[in-house]
Design a protein around this ligand. Sequence first.
Ligand code: PAF
Length: 267
Amino acid sequence: MLAERARGQRIGFVPTMGFLHDGHTTLMKVAREACDLVAVSIFVNPKQFGPKEDLSRYPRDKEGDLRKCRDAGVSIVFMPEPEAFYPPLFETMVSVAKTSQGFCGAARPGHFDGVTTVVLKLFNLAQPHEAFFGEKDFQQLAVIRAMVRDLSLPITVTGVPTVREPDGLALSSRNVYLSSEERHDALVLRRALEAMKTGVESGERSAKAITELARAEIAGVERARVDYVEVADALTLAQRETIDGPTQALLAVFIGRTRLIDNLRIL
Ligand code: PAF
């Protein structure tokens, strides 16, 4: 892509782990509008999965993914093999100390180090002007912004709003794990977020009281189990006790064995 850069073309980059859905193709379309050429990576990154996580059963669909990339006007698809991407001597990890803590970072130790390591390596290979990430992974977006800021990377990071099913479920590759009953139960994530937003709109400012509203909603669904429910500064992700500025509600909930995340701006 260096030749394209030299010709003055603006390179957009969308890193993914494949099994692409409308959330990913939306990122590609937004990238296509902002850039002259779009590159996509498809790589199920082993370094961001914990030992007990779903790396081996993570869904894959190479042919479908390539077709979706073509339809979305993507010029280059990079699909490395793990052994070539991380050769035996590979030993460097990138760690964003503070923003990686809490939320998904607490539940998945080492996860964000795996994300920042792969994303920095992909940035170096793709050399994009602009990279596109979904806001559904809100903490991931904040962690990558922090890495780009701290390491002075010459890349614009653009967050793209979450794409949802008509009934409000955020699109995720992991939704494929849900049985039809669990698919129905999964709507509790959206309801819990809406309950927090409504609570704030009615004047409640205590973070504890607001998160209790979500917990009560989730407790009403037998197959749902809270991993975390938090409210945080929408820019820094610092946890809030009082909701008195731009605030994001974030949650992770197990529906059966499947862990789903979602978030919503509540103030
Ligand atoms: O969001 C994802 O799919 C992954 O975390 C990413 C950014 C592609 C890194 O592997």
